[in-house]
Design a protein. Structure first.
Length: 457
């Protein structure tokens, strides 16, 4: 093992070490290549094979600081290459270090889908390194995960609920932990997991390197930053809650009963090669997927009521191109990391403006252009106003379509259906935990069933 580490260090010395990371200023930072960031040869080979020609701004700003052992606060919108910004330097620090055997890096993330995709990234980037990893999340049997932990992986990627369960059963030791990554911190807060996150952090060694990433920075996340980060390098490559300039945005005003007809009209365009349709609720997602499928277009729904195997199957089908339309509730708005999504369609306009930013961030990724359209009925017009205030731009209106809005008087509040906005704390998130009414996620649920599976959203 020492010979391997020595070999890698020699390769890295040939590349030239990066200068110690400074607090990164907002805005893009240019660099010639990943090599100039100080990455070792096995990682350079892996990213080259994946087709990564040049690092993104957040990768350029974050990687050198992490490589030099600094804590990091990353505030970046989704689709900026954030996963590689922490995965690559974490892999390098582990490969070059000679720490004790056991979990040396913990990556904590809010949803099963995001955890699975981060695990896939670590697998791809670390293909030429002798590091092993385990993935644990709720909604599936715990026994295979327990057996994986017995093998003492170097890297553990987890959702907070299942991790706390296994920690409580004595299945996880963090005695060897060197690095802690908290990804999508604001999403953890939105989904009511922030207290679970704090419980996990309380069990970690005091001496460790911490990386925290969040698309937005609400007050409670700022408080967490102050408590766990020590003199962090700060990386903010885009303004908080901005939208990518690569995304062409538009809004269609339409009566609610005609939204399904307008959707089929939009999907009839052959340029819509791979689309994610976002709905506000799981039941609407199911209905939309059904009528789209009945029209002859392959569509699948993904949300918290689907089994884990069904959700992964739907994601894989969408990724491979066998499914053209993926219909998702807001659970998946920041858990789907698939390049070449041509269109995002907001079947329902979210009543939380930040959710709009997260949704449309599914397209226009990795320097690709994308299109985001929203179907707005009379009762959602105020949501569009709120979104435009947040993103500081007007969304162009498409007037020439066959289903123009005819209803101009808002529906009386007493007749409106109960609506969430992508920020319901009891909403599904792949790692849902039971809570006291109004308790904000403070209550630990009961123990797992004998099979290890949990009833999670």
């Amino acid at each position: 093992m020492k010979k391997i580490v020595s070999f890698i260090k020699n390769l890295n010395n040939q590349n030239g070490d990066a200068t110690p990371g400074q607090n990164a200023a907002s805005g893009p930072v240019s660099t010639a290549s990943f090599r100039e960031l100080g990455l070792i040869e096995p990682l350079l080979k892996a990213v080259g094979e994946l087709g990564y020609a040049q690092p993104t701004p957040i990768q350029t700003a974050a990687i050198p600081s992490v490589l030099h052992g600094r804590d990091l606060l990353g505030c970046a919108q989704t689709g900026t290459g954030k996963t590689a910004a922490f995965a690559l330097p974490v892999l390098q620090r582990l490969a070059l270090g000679e720490g004790r055997r056991g979990v040396r890096a913990l990556i904590l993330t809010p949803t099963r889908e995001l955890a699975a995709q981060i695990d896939e990234s670590f697998r791809d980037y670390g293909r030429y390194l002798q590091l092993n990893r385990s993935l644990i999340f709720g909604g599936v049997g715990a026994e295979p995960q327990k057996r994986a932990l017995e093998r003492r992986p170097d890297i553990l990627i987890a959702t907070p609920g299942r991790l706390l369960d296994l920690m409580g059963q004595g299945c996880v030791s963090f005695d060897a932990l060197e690095l802690f990554v908290l990804d999508e911190a604001d999403r953890m807060l939105d989904m009511g997991f922030i207290n679970d996150v704090k419980r996990v952090i309380a069990k970690l060694p005091k001496v460790r390197q911490n990386l925290l990433f969040s698309a937005t920075m609400p007050a409670e996340i700022k408080d967490l930053v102050d408590k766990i980060l020590r003199d962090p390098a700060r990386v903010s490559v885009t303004p908080t809650s901005s939208t990518s300039e690569l995304i062409d945005q538009s809004v269609y005003y339409v009566d609610r009963p005609n939204k399904r007809h307008l959707l089929m009209h939009v999907l009839a365009n052959p340029d819509v090669k791979r689309a994610i349709v976002f709905t506000r609720t799981k039941s609407v997602a199911n209905r939309v997927a059904t009528f789209v499928s009945e029209s002859g277009i392959v569509a699948e729904a993904i949300h918290g009521n689907k089994s884990q195997s069904a959700r992964l199957r739907a994601l894989n089908n969408f990724k491979s191109g066998s499914t053209r339309v993926l219909v998702a509730s807001d659970l998946a708005a920041r858990g789907i990391d698939i390049e070449e999504v041509s269109h995002v369609i907001n079947y329902d306009v979210p009543n939380v403006a930040e959710t709009y930013v997260h949704r449309i961030g599914r397209t226009g990724r990795a320097a690709n252009t994308g299109i985001a359209v929203s179907f707005c009925d009379v009762d959602e017009r105020s949501y569009i106003i709120g979104i435009e205030r947040l993103i500081k731009k007007s969304i162009p209106v498409v007037k020439d379509h066959p289903f123009p809005m005819l209803q101009t008087t808002p529906t009386p509040k007493s007749e409106l259906p109960q609506r969430g906005g992508g920020q319901r704390r009891s909403g599904g998130g792949g790692d849902q935990r039971s809570r006291r009414p109004g308790g904000g996620g403070n209550q630990r649920p009961g123990r797992s069933s004998p099979s290890g599976s949990r009833n999670r959203g």
